[in-house]
Design a binder for this molecule. Sequence first.
Ligand code: BG6
Length: 370
Amino acid sequence: EKGGFPSFMDKEIHDQPQAVADTLLGRMDPSGRLVLDEMRIDESLLKSIDKIIVIACGTAAYAGQVAKYAIEHWCRIPVEVELAHEFRYRDPIVTEKTLVVAISQSGETMDTIMAVRHARQQGAKVIAICNTFGSTIPRESDAALYTHAGPEIAVASTKAFLSQIVACYLLGLYLAQLRGNKFQDEIRMILGELQQIPAKIQRILDETAQQVTDLAIAQKDTESVLFLGRHVGYPVAMEGALKLKELAYIHAEGFAAGELKHGPIALIDEGKLVFIVVPSKRGRDSLHAKVVSNIQEVRARGARTVVIAEEGDEEVRAYASDVIYVPASPTLMAPLLTTVPLQIFAMELATVKGLDVDQPRNLAKSVTVE
Ligand code: BG6
């Protein structure tokens, strides 16, 4: 059932092209219009929402953080992303015009269930983005948008994460279509870009995984790793750090690269391993330049810099100890690619340390207590 892979996690990392493709499948009509059959919320209500709050825990919350950039950009609706357990215990401003999006692979995370109940009590409509058909969260929500990643067995989430981002993007495009924020041909173009992602993930698995594995083996005694990113690269950095904590039990932190100078740069010393997720240069030149200068800053202080960059980005080479190239893609699509080497790095580092990558200590696949 591991399909010949040494672990479920390894299999699930390799399932990702299919998981993304399946999550996109059947969501478009022949004219290129997005159809989300499951979206059983009154269209006039969806047109009138003035705020979106994403609630989730762990990796699912990072998917929400990625989606915030896309949904705000496409729909011009403010999006807040909050950890479900924090949302529940403050006094959030939720009205009938708030759309709550609950993201959960299992659909059984108690913290998220409680937040869904809390939101509905305040009159919000809730859409569940979930991988488990018929589980509690979609059952208790007003509508469900399923990720079709297939069963995820390894505790550390991989293919569910990418599918959650895709599902959130579909939701964002659907709202943009409904509200007339975007022209149909623009939506079709973005869907076309999403459709190219599975083949690009496959190329990372085929062409880049070995380089990442070798790096993990060489770094097996590392005690602390930092991850930096900006824009959508920021939640990717946090997800990379979470994977390493979960699997390899080493200290890891993800930072917004711009925050470096406000504190975290004090952590940099000789040989410190730092991953930097670099955005594409095309279209967002200033963003790229800022991250390149962040690489320089840590490199000047002795860090070992592992740069995740787009193919063809030669500029980063000068400051990188290692460059891991991923296929070119529009900025908002990049997390679906840049996350993959970070997943592989964490898995391989745990493997070389002799740890159980499918069942890390102290963790459960679904946490059904608050
Ligand atoms: C954690 C899992 O306990 O719950 C994470 O270890 C997961 O992998 C998080 O991201 C949220 O789980 P779910 O099922 O609600 O997506």
